[in-house]
Design a protein around this ligand. Structure first.
Ligand code: AGP
Length: 606
């Protein structure tokens, strides 16, 4: 995947651009380059291979200039080479680009007929000459609008100008682009990772928008040139977020950052104009993926299990899951048309890394879904899908779980659509539903008193069961894991339909049992399983929708009500009260919330 960075400042920018390009190395690339404007000259340096090679080349000259753009390129049009590396420049402007210009051949022909000379084989270079052409007879904004209107395909652009040395233009259609706000300097980046080392204040461009960035102001415009006002997001991604802020614990902060996690994923992966999911140069053709295997540990494994249900529900491809510590020693039958997906918040879990290494040794396709893009698992997999939830400090994973589920769901939807397993109308509807999910998550994070009474009872319990069917079964497992690892109470997640095959013997009078039963296709069956445990004395906490079913209501001990959403999306809501239940139970018991006994945030040993 390509990566973009741009900086306009009151001080030289080349070293900051290089530093940010290193943050983008996770995206996978084959060349890199920088261009700055200094004393009315465009200075362009490009190199094949790693950013370190570029850095070495730059160190041999003094690359000055207080405005510049940088790029790491993953070749699409034109072989990996220095000449095809970005930026692409002529004597007036310099451009970096993510995406594909689908009508570049036609545009190139007409520009050559007008006398333009091309140096590279890339689609990107047509933008340089097209914009130069329009600038001959239009002021800047109109020239930008005309240029963008002529382009078919997807792009995120960064552009600098010899004659306007204090600005950077950014434009987005189908490929994410964000701006960042700094002290007497401002930034452009292809994702939050590009910007996080310099700022945590960012604004995402929407598709069709462009912006003009100066060191002390940024203006946004829609595709017709009308000015638009945009919100500045406070990203939980830079050093300041290693603080708890007004929260008592990192876990409390991270529970409350979950709406932003959803929003970040929507901004980074959804192209709202074309109502498309953009997986940024997903490197495999759909026909080469006949099956998928999701692998992880702990909470990450639970997101894999939910992924299995989504893939079974929405696609026709075979999907399997495995716990990494089991997979790595199993007598695996490796299949070359299988995509092996490794889910890991830290990207350093030893078992998950060993499973990845085993697949690479067998020349399998590997993709990682991680939060730390500089991690070993990310660096060593063929393709990375970040979950964009910012640093997760609390050992008990919360926002990373939601981020993992979100990225797995987006991947599942995209593959379902590519394989024609889902109608375009349903695909579009599901994408639109994701736009509303952040607000739904926010509404489902309850305040303390709604959960505290319940957690008081759990704090005295000897043990508990968490039951669910279908999508709610992994949520039951995750809820039980949270109670175990935070409140040190034995809790077991179980498929609700399995209780009568043995575990029902565990139920005794007054035992708290959590039943996860949103109004999905499994609701009625789960409610009847719930009656089985109530009949044997269990105190049931039911997590369900706002309910008018009296029979259900009079029998249960407590109910937590969630909003109605599309059935696929219930896991994003039902997991939230279970996180808070574990949090407040551990708080009641006076345990160390952020560093539970015996546990580490990243299990880097076997
Ligand atoms: C979850 O609350 C735990 N901290 C633990 O199960 C964790 O999910 C597991 O160790 C995997 O970690 P990873 O996502 O960093 O690979």
């Amino acid at each position: 995947m390509c990566g973009i960075i741009g900086i306009t400042s009151s001080k030289p920018v080349s070293s900051s651009i290089l530093h940010s390009l290193k943050k983008l190395e996770y995206r996978g690339y084959d060349s890199a380059g920088i261009a700055t404007i200094d004393n009315g000259i465009i200075n362009e340096i490009k190199s094949l291979g790693r950013v370190d090679v570029l850095e070495k080349n730059i160190s041999q000259i003094n690359l000055s200039g207080e405005v510049g753009i940088g790029h790491v390129r993953w070749a699409t049009h034109g072989i990996p080479s220095t000449i095809n590396a970005h930026p692409h420049s002529n004597e007036n402007i310099s451009v970096v680009h993510n995406g594909i210009i689908e009508n570049s051949v036609i545009l190139k022909k007409s520009l050559i007929n007008k006398g333009h000379k091309f140096k590279s084989e890339t689609d990107t270079e047509v933008i340089v000459h097209l914009l130069s052409e329009y600038l001959k007879s239009n002021e800047l904004n109109n020239a930008i609008i005309k240029t963008l209107n002529d382009l078919d395909g997807s792009f995120a652009l960064g552009i600098i100008f010899k004659d306007m040395p204090n600005i950077i233009v950014g434009a987005r259609r189908g490929s994410p682009l964000a701006v960042g706000y700094g002290p007497n300097e401002n930034y452009l980046g292809s994702d939050s990772y590009a910007l996080k080392s310099m700022t945590n204040k960012i604004t995402y461009l929407n598709d069709g928008e462009f912006c003009i960035i100066k060191k002390d102001e940024i203006n946004f415009y829609d595709y017709m040139g009308n000015k638009v006002n945009k919100k500045i997001l406070q990203l939980s991604t830079n050093e300041q977020n290693y603080e708890k802020g007004e929260y008592k614990h990192f876990m409390a902060k991270e529970i409350n950052e979950q709406p932003l996690t959803i929003k970040n994923c929507v901004n980074e992966y959804i192209d709202k104009i074309n109502n498309e999911i953009n997986l940024h140069n997903f490197p495999w053709k759909k026909e080469n993926i006949k099956s998928i295997k999701l692998i992880g540990c702990g909470t990450a494994f639970h997101s894999c299990l939910i992924g299995k249900y989504w893939f079974e529900e929405l696609t026709n491809i075979d999907v399997d899951i495995d716990i990494a510590s089991e997979f790595r020693y199993r007598k695996n039958r490796f299949k070359e048309d299988c995509l092996y997906i490794f889910v890991s918040q830290s990207g350093e879990t030893a078992d998950t890394y060993a499973a990845l290494d085993l697949c690479k040794k067998n020349k399998m396709k590997t993709c990682s879904i991680v939060n730390v893009v500089e991690s070993s698992i990310a660096r060593d997999s063929d393709f990375v899908l970040p979950i964009h939830c910012g640093p997760e400090i609390g050992v008990a994973s919360t926002k990373a779980f939601l981020g993992q589920m979100m990225v797995i769901y987006l991947l599942c939807l995209k593959i379902s659509y590519l394989k024609n397993n889902i109608k375009k109308s349903d695909y579009n509807k599901k994408i639109k539903n994701l736009d509303l999910l952040s607000e739904k998550v926010k509404k489902t994070i309850f305040d303390e008193n709604q959960i505290q009474t319940i957690s008081n009872t759990f704090s005295k319990a000897k043990g508990s069961m968490f039951l669910g069917r279908g999508f709610s079964f992994p949520i039951a497992l995750e809820g039980a894991l949270k109670l175990k690892e935070l409140a040190y109470i034995h809790a077991e997640g179980y498929p609700a339909g399995e209780m009568k095959h043995g575990p029902l013997a565990l139920i005794e009078d007054g035992m708290p049992v959590v039943v996860v039963a949103p109004k999905d296709q499994y609701y009625k069956k789960t409610i009847s399983n719930m009656q089985e445990v109530i009949a044997r004395g269990a105190k049931v906490l039911l997590v369900t929708n706002k309910d008018d079913d009296q029979i259900v209501s009079e029998n249960i001990w407590k109910k937590i009500e969630i909003d109605t959403v599309e059935k696929d999306l219930y896991p994003f809501l039902t997991t939230l009260p279970l996180q808070q239940l574990a949090y407040y139970t551990a708080l009641k018991k006076g345990f160390d919330i952020d560093k539970p006994r015996n546990l580490a945030k990243s299990v880097t040993v076997e």
